[in-house]
Design a binder for this molecule. Structure first.
Ligand code: URA
Length: 212
């Protein structure tokens, strides 16, 4: 995993292999969904690497073993609607006890202020580490706004997990939230004039939900 300050690019061969098929324009929705879920699962494995552990004693059939369990840190995943939903199954397969909040946002076309059209976060979010999910970090706008909204509920810690990030999005996100670790599988070349990541994979939401 390459690491640049708070940005972690997960170059694990399994992730990179799956990302190749995810980018392919011939990959249909069924396989696309499956790949998003599998990549999210593998990314989650890396993004939770710093969870604190504590020692416990376990009686095996043979002897008492000194072993480790996660030290009380509870997780919540928060997908940004709608494409973030595609990552939820994968991360829950890694952390089945996590809670799941949802955030839906758009920008007011006149004021450009973020408008929350849906937001439901776990009531005990103050006790949880939150991992925000959105497959594409393009301009960074919705990711920045979602994290700003979640910060108002004072979770223990926030991380942001995407699959592909544009350099423009990383710059904006890390400037707005220098305290939030950002995990992705690839940093692509640039954003085009339509706001798509190049080479990217197209519209992740449309490809997940078959609404092309
Ligand atoms: N959102 C997407 O789904 N794709 C992009 O390339 C940029 C934003």
């Amino acid at each position: 995993m390459e690491n640049c300050e708070n940005v972690f690019v997960m170059d694990h061969p399994l992730i990179q292999h799956k990302l190749t098929y995810l980018r392919d324009k011939e990959t249909g929705s069924k396989d696309f969904r499956q790949l998003v879920s599998e990549i999210a699962m593998l990314e989650c494995y890396e993004a939770t690497r710093d969870l604190p552990l504590k020692e416990v004693e376990t009686q095996t059939p043979v002897a008492v073993a000194k072993t480790k369990v996660i030290a009380g840190r509870k997780l919540a995943f928060v997908p940004i609607l709608r494409a973030g939903l595609g990552m939820v199954d994968g991360v829950l397969s890694m952390v089945p006890a996590a809670k799941v909040g949802h955030i839906g946002l758009y920008r007011d076309p006149k004021t450009l202020a973020p408008v929350e059209y849906y937001s439901k976060l776990p009531s005990d979010i103050e006790e949880r580490e939150v991992i925000v999910l959105d497959p594409m970090l393009a301009t960074g706008g919705s990711g920045i706004d979602a994290v700003t909204i979640i910060k108002r509920s004072h979770p223990k810690c926030i991380k942001f997990m995407c699959i592909i990030a544009a350099p423009e999005g990383i710059k904006a996100f890390t400037a707005a939230h220098p305290d939030v670790k950002l995990y992705c599988a690839s940093v692509d070349d640039h954003l085009n004039e339509h706001g798509y990541i190049v080479p990217g994979l197209g519209d992740a939401g449309d490809r997940i939900f078959g609404t092309l």
